[in-house]
Design a binder for this molecule. Structure first.
Ligand code: G3P
Ligand code: MG
Length: 235
C-alpha cells in the first residue's frame, strides 16, 4: 500500500547540498527534516545495483567510462565528490530505514539493461523491505522496468514517471497498477491534475527549486515535489 506522502522529497539524495546519490546526501536530507528521498539505481558491470544517475562516470565521479562496463572493484574505489563513495543500493536502503525515510527508488537502467536492472532492483527491494516500513515507492521512465517490478515485487507501490505526461497515461497506470504519477513540473496542467484526481492518483512533480513554484503546484493539486534546494524548500 502507498505510504502517506510528504509534500517535499529530496532529489538525488541530498539535492545540490551534497554530492548527488550518496549516503552523505541521504543523511543530510534526514538531518534537515525531510521525510522522503529520491535516488537513482543502476547496475555495475558485476550486476550490483548502485546509486547513479548518468550512464557514464565523468560528471559525478573521478572515474571514466560507462557504469555498466565498470566492475565493482573499480567502481567502489571512485570518489563521488568530497570523498564520498558510490553507494550500494542495499546500503542506501538500510540508511533510509534507519532514518524512517520514505525511499523513492528510481530504476535508472543503462540502455539495453532495462530487464536486468528491474529484476535485480525489484527482487532486492522486496527482500530489503520485507519487514520494514514505510514501504518504498519504485518509479522509472521505463515502462518495461515497472512491469517487471509489478510482477516481482507486487506489494511495493509503483509510480509512473514521465517528462511530459502522455495522453494514454491512465491506461499504463491501470496495466501497471501504479499508485502515483510523477512528471516534470513544467508539464503539470489542469487536465492531468483533473484526470489524476478522478482516479485518486497523487501527482508528484520534479524538479522544483523555489518555494513559489511549489506553492503554485500545490495549489493546482500536486501532492509532492522533488527538490534539489533542500535549504530553501521545506515545510
Ligand atoms: O524521479 C524524478 C526525477 O529524478 C527524474 O529525473 O533525471 O533527475 O532522474 P532525473
Ligand atoms: Mg531520478
Amino acid at each position: 500500500m502507498l505510504p502517506p506522502l510528504p509534500r517535499w522529497i529530496a532529489h538525488r539524495g541530498g539535492g545540490s547540498l551534497a554530492p548527488e546519490n550518496t549516503l552523505a546526501g541521504i543523511r543530510l536530507a534526514a538531518r534537515l527534516g525531510f521525510k522522503a528521498v529520491e535516488f537513482d539505481v543502476m547496475l555495475s558491470a558485476d550486476g550490483t545495483p548502485v546509486l547513479m544517475h548518468d550512464e557514464t562516470l565523468e560528471r559525478t565521479t573521478n572515474g571514466v567510462g560507462k557504469v555498466c562496463e565498470t566492475p565493482d572493484a573499480v567502481l567502489f574505489g571512485l570518489d563521488a565528490g568530497y570523498g564520498e563513495k558510490i553507494p550500494r543500493f542495499s546500503d542506501a536502503a538500510r540508511l533510509c530505514q534507519n532514518y524512517g525515510l520514505l525511499a523513492n527508488i528510481e530504476i535508472k537502467p543503462a540502455m539495453g539493461f532495462e530487464r536486468q536492472t528491474a529484476e535485480v532492483v525489484a527482487r532486492l527491494t522486496a527482500e530489503l523491505w520485507r519487514d520494514a516500513q514505510p514501504l518504498p515507492l519504485i518509479s522509472s521512465f521505463s515502462l518495461e522496468a515497472l512491469e517487471i517490478a509489478r510482477d516481482l515485487a507486487p506489494q511495493v507501490p509503483r509510480g509512473l514517471l514521465h517528462g511530459a505526461v502522455p495522453l494514454d497515461w491512465s491506461a499504463s497506470r491501470q496495466r501497471l497498477a501504479a499508485s502515483t504519477l510523477h512528471c516534470a513540473a513544467s508539464q503539470v496542467n489542469e487536465q492531468v491534475i483533473a484526470e489524476a484526481r478522478e482516479l485518486g492518483v497523487p501527482v508528484l512533480a520534479y524538479t522544483v527549486n523555489t518555494p513559489e513554484e511549489a506553492k503554485m503546484l500545490f495549489a493546482l493539486g500536486v501532492t509532492a515535489v522533488f527538490t534539489d534546494q533542500l535549504e530553501r524548500c521545506a515545510d
